[in-house]
Design a binder for this molecule. Sequence first.
Ligand SMILES: C[S@@+](CC[C@H](N)C(=O)[O-])C[C@H]1O[C@@H](n2cnc3c(N)ncnc32)[C@H](O)[C@@H]1O
Length: 270
Amino acid sequence: MERPAWAPRSIDISVPSVSRIYDYYLGGSHNFEVDREAARKAMRFMPGLPKIMQANRAFMRRAVRFAAGEGITQFLDIGSGIPTFGNVHEVAQAAVPGARVVYVDHDPVAVAHSEAVLAGNDDTDVIAADLCKPQEILTSPRLDRLIDLNRPVALLLVAILHFVEDADDPYGAVAELREALAPGSLLILTHASYEGIPLPAERAEGAVDVYKDIRNPLIMRSREEIARFFEGYDMVEPGLVPMPHWRPDSAPEDEDPYAFSGFAGVGRTA
Ligand SMILES: C[S@@+](CC[C@H](N)C(=O)[O-])C[C@H]1O[C@@H](n2cnc3c(N)ncnc32)[C@H](O)[C@@H]1O
């Protein structure tokens, strides 16, 4: 298989990756046939998967604009993925010129492509790190250059926590990050769930199994389990809801039924 210039030498391009599969769902071009094959297999069970991803991105953009409207000028986006249309820095900097955005991902393609997209934008940076090691993120010189932890930050954990198994203590990592944030900071979060999927559970499980096969299991959590990530935060209205219901720009009833899979919410530290 030919290795394109954007694919770092360190990656095994014969193994599908979560970020490249997601890029494919969103219509991006940073994916390989192995990724497309895994995505198509999952879509045989859940044809509406791209609709879920689009609803997720649309929520993320509304939440970033909300944060900017609340006076937040610093954004920490962990599990930021491969940059595609309408990225956090574009939305944030359109709302607040000079807004500072730090991206974090553990996937080398996501990091390399973010570096390329962000070149020349001095108010942004990217860190290669793991959400499960919050101190590596919090003590990174790249974070320190752009983000003042004594002032409010919008922390984005958008479509990442469902890739972290309980054994890796996602609740502990989220709590450690919260403790580092100044009062008035926001947690912007989405998470996959069997709740809301417009299909029998066995069909949805078929799609989830594809991620198990590529050794990146998708951890479907209940609404109650997802709500626990907001411990120590006050929920911003309307609370933890299906993505199209979070402060919609247009009538949520017009959305595809798949868009109502999973949950989205924003919390504020006291
Ligand atoms: C589905 S994508 C979401 C991208 C973006 N946040 C969005 O919602 O459009 C999930 C991203 O999380 C990253 N990821 C998964 N587990 C991670 C971890 N433990 N630490 C850092 N990044 C992680 C993956 O590499 C992938 O790029």
